[in-house]
Design a protein around this ligand. Structure first.
Ligand code: CA
Length: 232
């Protein structure tokens, strides 16, 4: 590693903080930690970390309302830890521009894998942006020329299908919520029209997937949204 990313934890459970910082330091990451939202905000300003792991259940300010405040000044990747296994919390956090989430109790190695993936992918996205091409398995998107290929065969997409695909491709490997997709592709008057997504995602899968009933690229995250799978 040329640049060791600094990872920030905002978590009020001291045992979990100890476990996570020990684990991450053992993997050569640098770690800073805060127990409250207020201390966490100061910490982010002071250290400008490369990634944030944020617990939603904090003693002073709800972690949820902290996300937009962090986003006002910093676009670092954010992984949410939620004790509440509720889709609304996850959806809200992702709509607030968190990048990924884990529900407690979770496996430390799972968190480490997500951190590694997030850092690797945000690096990859920057690389791909330069060339404006994204390749995942047999799927290739040439953003600059608005062309999409499967196994080197060009696929014809409608503007809506292309919009859906490129919105998912803007954050490869991560869930984009129904609301974010509807907002981006159809606009603010249609953010509740989830049925649009089912219909058009169906069209898109028929064009891109070899078996639309067993999608490899366009995965459903039930109750939350969709993602472009990059692990195939
Ligand atoms: Ca907590």
């Amino acid at each position: 590693l040329i640049n060791v990313p600094l990872i920030a934890l905002i978590e009020d459970d001291p045992q979990l903080t100890l476990l996570l910082s020990t684990t991450l330091k053992g993997l050569d990451y640098s770690v800073v930690a805060a127990k409250t939202a207020k201390a966490g905000l100061d910490m982010i300003q002071e250290f400008n970390p490369g990634l944030l792991v944020l617990d939603l259940g904090l003693p002073d300010i709800d972690g949820q309302s902290l996300i937009p405040r962090i986003r006002q000044q910093n676009d670092l990747p954010i992984i949410i830890l939620s004790a509440r296994n509720q889709e609304q919390d996850i959806t809200k956090a992702l709509n607030n521009c968190a990048d990924d989430y884990l529900t407690k109790p979770f496996n430390t190695s799972e968190l480490v894998a997500r951190i590694n993936a997030l850092l690797r992918r945000s690096f990859k996205i920057h690389e791909n942006n330069r060339e404006a091409v994204l390749t995942v398995g047999e799927l290739k998107i040439e953003f600059s020329r608005r062309r999409v290929f499967i196994a080197n065969q060009e696929i014809r997409l409608t503007p809506v299908e292309y919009g859906l695909l490129t919105t998912l491709a803007g954050n490869p490997g991560f869930v984009v919520t129904h609301r974010q997709l509807l907002l981006k592709v159809w606009g603010p008057n249609h953010v509740d029209h989830n049925h649009y997504l089912r219909v058009y995602m169906g069209h898109l899968r028929h064009k891109i997937e070899s078996d639309p009933t067993q999608p490899k690229y366009l995965l459903t995250e039930p109750g939350v949204g969709y993602k472009l799978n990059v692990e195939s």
